[in-house]
Design a binder for this molecule. Structure first.
Ligand code: FAD
Length: 517
């Protein structure tokens, strides 16, 4: 086998691979799925559009057995690596494998789907879903077939289960339920030795926690058991505009800190936008539908170049009368200090609410923005320094916007499990800052270099000013960068790698470890 492999990897340039080579690879690995060495372009790029790396082959596995065989096969070679590709929505080539295998997890999306009670006789439910399934499909099946739904989401649902669980998976529900990684009870994983392992907090727990937020370094998630709740029917979706950052953050922190069980919103997010009528970066970005109007005369004269919008949502059932829903909303909102007259709201079904970014995707696909580069920057910034971040970054570096949303909202560290591989800034409250650049392709929009260098300027500014932050979807090219990112958790991360992927076969696109020979 090894002799055959050496011949294969050394003598076959990917470009010259013939169908017979693909057939030989399939039979050498004994796969039930398929392999292509020709049509690899989709796996050579990602949503970010900044990196392009050609794999040797794309494997479309039929299930965990095929993935295990591919990892073992790579392990028996001199230098092959294996990258799971969920939906390729990374920014910096994280799901790519230079000259190695990309495993297209979408081919396994229908391998698993079942809903069951968590404990016999209990009223709470869980779903077993494939690591390659998209969250939007999980949502549709859970709601339409069972009237149930996962509790913690991302804003956009065209992301794979394994892809978000390898990072964290956050949206406006995370203040209550934690990230998606806090809502998983069990995983089936193919580790770096090619072993298929079922893990949970009680079984192979070190692997379980390593894989959650593990950037794909310790195993490929082939199945996840996800906590469910009764699917809400309706959502009241509200946006409130602030001119003062301190009032915005105090109100947001107040809302996310309300005790569980009492009146509170079910979703809390926020974003910064420009104090202009720029159609992308300004007032229009706050409106929830085309019938709404933003009255800029309401903005106090003292306002700066950037304004803030608190975004909240309340679930309710169709049987609730609107006055009781409004009473809850008004009780919660009555204490907030948004600008009078700058409150926008709409009612929609739970599915429409969760799929709200799909509309944005459709528009962006039509105008060419979806397929152009996206040099996004996502950070977690400690509460201690978020006002500095506002002053130095939003109000100065980004006072003309980023051509897309600039999310900023608080999260609670106690809802995250420190045993997972995710690293966070200090303190109970920290902020997600997501700069979702969505400019028109150059020269209509800024060049990629300009946007990337502005990202660098923001990170340098944070470092220079002692702002405590961590990158979400981290991307570093040097070991020093990764060491700093993980801080005192670096030795744990390295030990986990040595234990679960000793040859460093998995997720090479993260550029953390080099393949061992
Ligand atoms: P990929 O890009 O395919 O893979 C990401 C990494 O995970 C790679 O290293 C890959 O090897 C690894 N991986 C993939 N599948 C598996 C698996 N089954 N097992 C182990 N490792 C695997 N994130 C949020 O938290 N909240 C949001 O609201 C949010 N919104 C987004 C909106 C858009 C439009 C985009 C493009 C991204 C958004 N993200 C959000 C970021 C997203 O969660 C990450 O980029 C995620 O990695 C994408 O999932 P994917 O399935 O496309 O992963």
């Amino acid at each position: 086998m090894i002799a055959y492999l050496e011949h294969f990897v050394q003598e076959n340039e990917p470009e010259t691979m013939a169908d017979t080579d693909e057939a030989r690879l399939v039979s050498a690995m004994d796969l039930h799925g398929t392999i292509t060495c020709h049509s690899t372009s989709a796996a050579s790029s990602d949503f970010g559009g900044l990196h392009h790396t050609k794999p040797l082959a794309v494997i479309r596995p039929s299930g965990a057995d095929d993935i295990s065989k591919a990892v073992k096969f790579a392990g028996n070679s001199a230098n092959l690596t294996v990258a799971a590709r969920g939906n390729g929505h990374s920014i910096n080539g994280q799901a790519m494998s230079d000259g190695g295998f990309v495993v297209d997890m979408r081919s396994t999306e229908n391998c698993v789907f079942s809903v069951m009670r968590r404990h016999r006789g209990a009223a709470d439910y869980v779903a077993d879903v494939s690591g390659g399934a998209l969250w939007e499909d999980v949502l549709k099946r859970c709601v339409s077939e069972f009237g149930l739904a996962p509790r913690s989401w991302t804003d956009y649902l065209g992301l794979s289960v394994g892809g978000t669980l390898s990072n964290a998976g956050i949206s406006g529900q995370a203040f209550r339920y934690g990230p998606q990684t806090s809502n998983v009870l069990e995983l089936e994983v193919v580790d770096g030795n090619g072993d298929i392992v079922i893990c949970s907090k009680n079984q192979s727990s070190e692997l379980f926690y390593s894989v959650l937020g593990g950037l794909g370094q310790f195993g490929i998630i082939t199945r996840a058991r996800v906590l469910l709740q009764q699917a809400p029917e309706m959502v009241k979706w509200i946006r409130l505009v602030y001119s003062e950052f301190s009032e915005f953050t105090q109100d947001a922190e107040f809302l996310v800190s309300l005790p569980d069980g009492g009146d509170s919103f079910d979703y809390v997010e926020g974003f910064a936008f420009c104090n202009t009528d720029d159609p992308v970066n300004g007032y229009q970005s706050v409106l929830l539908d085309s019938s709404q109007r933003f009255d800029p005369t309401r903005i106090p004269c003292s306002a700066g170049p950037v304004l803030y919008c608190l975004e909240v949502a309340l679930h309710y059932s169709k049987s609730h009368d609107s006055s009781s829903v409004n009473a809850v909303v008004n009780r919660l909102i009555g204490r907030l200090r948004f600008v009078e007259g700058l409150r926008f709201e709409m009612e929609l079904s739970y599915m429409e609410f969760l799929l709200r970014v799909k509309r944005v995707e459709q528009e962006a696909r039509c105008n060419g923005i979806w397929d152009s580069p996206h040099p996004w920057l996502n950070l977690f910034v400690s509460k201690m320094h978020i006002a500095d971040f506002d002053r130095l970054v939003f109000k100065q570096i980004l006072n003309h916007g980023v051509g897309g949303p600039m999310l900023v909202y608080p999260l609670l560290r106690s809802k995250w499990d420190s045993r997972t591989s995710v690293v966070l800034p200090e303190g109970e409250i920290f902020y997600l800052v997501a700069l979702l650049r969505s400019a028109l392709p150059y020269p209509k929009g800024p060049s990629v270099d300009e946007q990337v260098s502005q990202n660098r300027e923001i990170m340098n500014c944070c470092v220079r000013n002692g702002i405590d932050f961590k990158l979400y979807f981290p991307h570093y090219n040097t070991e020093e960068g990764w060491k700093q990112h993980f801080g005192d958790q670096w030795p744990r991360f390295v030990e986990r790698k040595a234990r679960f992927d000793p040859m460093a076969i998995l997720a090479p696109g993260q550029k953390i470890f080099r393949r061992n020979h």
